[in-house]
Every structure is written in C-alpha cells, then in structure tokens.
Design a protein around this ligand. Structure first.
Ligand code: IMP
Length: 429
C-alpha cells in the first residue's frame, strides 16, 4: 500500500472518488493537491449520496486524515457547505480535515472574470469552463501580485489587500464589459467571516506530510479532473489550469517523486468530456445518447450533459505513460452491457497516415480520425458480478483488449455506483 496515487486518465469524471473512498480504509492520510471547486466527486454509501468538491473522499472513513494541499484553489463558501453537510450527517470533520494555509483563495472577482473571459472563443470554440473562477485564481497565483492565500486572510493587511485588488479588478472587469459591482469592504467582511469558520481546519500540511512519510504512514493522493485536462500535457487550451495528470502530485502536495510507490489510473470503459475541445471518439448518435442516459452522464458540478464516445486507447496509452501508471481501474462497465457491438479506438489517422501517439497540438487532434476495432457486446447485465471470472466472455475479452492496448493490467473493475459493485482483480490493492 504505502504511498499510492489515483489519477484520472481521460477528461475527468472517471469516478476517482469512488475508488479513493474504497481504498481509503487502508491508508492513514488522503491528499487532494490540485484543482478546486471545479471538481465534483460523488460517493454513494448505501442510500446516502455525498457530493464533494474540495474535501478528499477519504473523509467518509473515520480515522483517516484528509489534507487539502497547497496546489488546490479554495472556494471558502463551497468548502464550508461541504463541511456543514458532512457534519449534519454525523461525519466527524474537525479531527480529520487539514487545509494548507498555502492554498490560494477564489474570490468573487475570479468568478466574474471567468464569466467574462469564458465568453471569448479560442479557434471558434469556447473552453466551456465550470465558471468556478479556477483559471483566474491560478492566473493570479502565477502573476503573484494580486493573489491571496488562505494564510493571508489571518494577517493584519488582509483588508488592505482586498481593497487594492478590488480597485484593479473593477477596472479590468469593466473593460471586459462586466458590470459586476465589487464592494471591497463587503468582500472583506464576508471573507473574514469564512476565515473564522475555517480556522479550526487551517494547518501547515507540508511538514505534516513529510513527517508522516518518514514515520512510515500510508498516504493516498487523490487527483482531480483527468490527465487530458492537464495544463501542460493535456489538450491545450481546452484544459483546466492545473497539472491534473500524474505529474501534478508532487508540485501540488510538496511530496517529491521518490515517495510515490504505486499509481492507479482510473478510466471509464468508454470516454466522456464536458466543455469544449476535440474529442476524436465522440458519438453524436443514438449510441452516444444511450451511454449518456445509462451512465447518467451529467456533470456533478455544473449539471451539463457530458459528451460521450468510445474508449480511446491512444489517449489512455499516453496518459498512462505520463502518470507512470502501474494498473488500471475500469469504471462503468455496466453501462456498456446492452450494446450489441462495442468499439475501441486503437490508433488515429492523421493526413492519411496511421499514428499511434497522441498529438501535441489541438489542431491535429481536431483532424484525426479514430481507427476503431469492433468487439461483440455481451448484452448481459453485469451489475451483480463480483468476481472477474463471473463476467460474461465478451466483457472479459473487452477488458483484456483494453489492458493489451494500453499496456497495463486491469486491477479494478466497477459495475455500478455502490461500494459493493467493485471487483478487485489485484488483491494487493
Ligand atoms: P475550469 O477547470 O473550470 O477552468 O474548466 C476548464 C475545462 O475543464 C472545461 O472544459 C471543464 O468542463 C473541464 N473540467 C474542469 N473540472 C472538471 C472536472 O472535474 N471534470 C470534468 N471536466 C472538468
């Protein structure tokens, strides 16, 4: 077990939250290290559905410490809502949630800026952000002068900082045609209130993690979004503003690569994407709609219908390498159960040439045609299957082919939203 990371291998929404929740009892600490309230993790426990945006899914296991590490951007009212809903349902939060004082804070001007800029088109298409202020907050982090970290909210110059940033942002927003009326004093008051409520959870998490690792604790890193949305290695500019692939674990958490012993890559048995950008295996037909309906493919954070398509082995082969993935968790196998035939994209065709590698420029990705291999469907409900041997032959063949094309074993298969509906093919997980 020791030190493991769980990474999404597609464009997000791979159901990482479910895997993390299942694995958590074997760990002492779970760490969220990038992204913010753009993420939405749904965990189903019996008849209870938990929707988390910042707090690691490990919070549902008592006795596990959950860390929100420096690379995250924090929306205070959203995390307070998450905390309140957990407390209402009797989940202890005070003892086992630690939020780094280094996280950057999302303010109302970030959300206003996201709205104003998202309307602009890139190459004729909108990025389609979640409008949670994520990009603008990271932009200010990298710009440095106009950024506020959680720890800054407890310092005497917090009011002054808010006033000077509001003066600048108001000018910027009016130039962008947004008439959001930013009142510095009201924002200061509101956010000081949030700071007080968050005070019990604010901590120094970097030394805490190093001490824990040196003491031999088991640590699980929980990625948000998926590798193809990575700011440096994804389908830029149709990406999020953080390193959401495996390379982000270290930067966001402050834990160097030498500690990571195992990486589990999570992928759906098909592909989905929300927002804009190329998607080579996208289905615009009835089959795509069927997958959307059966998989309830609507965003946890925004409610937007997700775009659906076939499993793309070219893309996943790439993200497996990027993340140093050891094994795969294949999710939502039950959703494909009723299809007579199932396609897998094994390579692309670009300008008449067959290519096996994921292109680096979005314009090339727009031009590629997926080369599909058709496998027979199994047309049997698999939601009650609990052992790999009990899958119908067609489903086993599909999983074997995915493993072969991607070059990694399938360690976990999920056949439904409940904890019970999970098959561990690798007993060491
Ligand atoms: P942002 O992260 O809100 O800036 O959005 C940038 C892109 O990432 C958009 O296409 C979003 O739909 C996508 N995105 C952001 N977070 C998630 C997520 O948790 N799941 C899936 N897509 C996401």
């Amino acid at each position: 077990m020791a030190v493991t990371s769980v990474i999404g291998l597609q464009w997000g929404d791979e159901a990482k939250g479910k895997i993390v929740d299942l694995l958590t009892s074997r760990f002492d600490i779970v760490v969220r290290y990038q992204g913010g309230a753009n993420a939405g993790h749904t965990v189903v426990v019996g008849d209870q559905v938990y929707k988390l945006h910042h707090i690691p899914s490990g919070i549902l296991n008592r006795g596990v410490v959950n860390i929100v590490a420096p690379g995250v951007v924090l929306n205070p009212p959203t995390i307070l809502k998450e905390i309140d809903s957990l407390l209402e349902r009797g989940i202890p939060v005070a003892e086992n949630l630690k939020i780094s004082d280094r996280v950057h804070v999302v303010f109302p001007w970030h959300i206003a800026e996201d709205r104003a800029i998202n309307a602009a088109l890139v190459g004729g298409e909108s990025i389609g952000t979640t409008l949670r202020g994520i990009g603008p907050c990271y932009r200010d982090k990298y710009g440095r002068s106009n950024a506020i970290r959680l720890g800054d909210m407890y310092r005497p110059d917090f009011r002054e900082k808010v006033a000077s940033i509001v003066a600048l942002k108001s000018r910027l927003l009016s130039q962008l045609g947004d008439n959001e009326d930013l009142d510095a004093e009201a924002i200061y008051e509101e956010f000081s209130g949030y700071a007080e409520r968050l005070r019990p959870y604010v901590a120094e998490t970097t030394h805490y993690l190093h001490d824990a690792l040196e003491a031999g604790k088991n640590v699980l890193f929980e990625g948000a979004q998926g590798s193809l949305l990575d700011i440096d290695h994804g389908t830029f500019p149709f990406v999020t503003s953080s390193n959401s692939s495996g390379v982000g674990v270290c930067g966001g958490s402050g834990v160097p690569p030498r500690w990571i012993q195992r990486v589990l890559g999570v992928a759906k048995a098909y592909t989905t994407r929300v927002g804009g950008g190329p998607f080579p295996t996208e289905l615009h037909d009835e089959t795509g709609q069927r997958i959307r309906d059966l998989g309830r493919e609507y965003g946890t954070t925004t409610g937007r219908p997700r775009r659906c398509g076939w499993f793309d082995a070219v893309a996943v082969r790439y993200t497996v390498r990027l993340g140093g993935v050891d094994g795969l968790a294949i999710m939502m196998m039950d959703v494909l159960s009723h299809l007579p035939e199932i396609n897998i994209c094994v390579a692309y065709e670009l300008n008449g040439q067959r290519i096996d590698r994921f292109p680096g420029h979005v314009d090339d990705l727009r031009l590629v045609k997926p080369i599909l291999e058709t496998l027979p469907g199994w047309q049997t409900d698999v939601s009650q299957v609990r052992r790999i041997e009990d899958f119908p032959a067609g489903a086993r063949r599909y999983l074997d082919r995915v493993a072969e094309l991607v070059g990694r074993p399938v360690d976990v298969v999920s056949v439904g939203p409940d904890r019970e509906q999970t098959i561990f093919a690798d007993s060491t997980l």
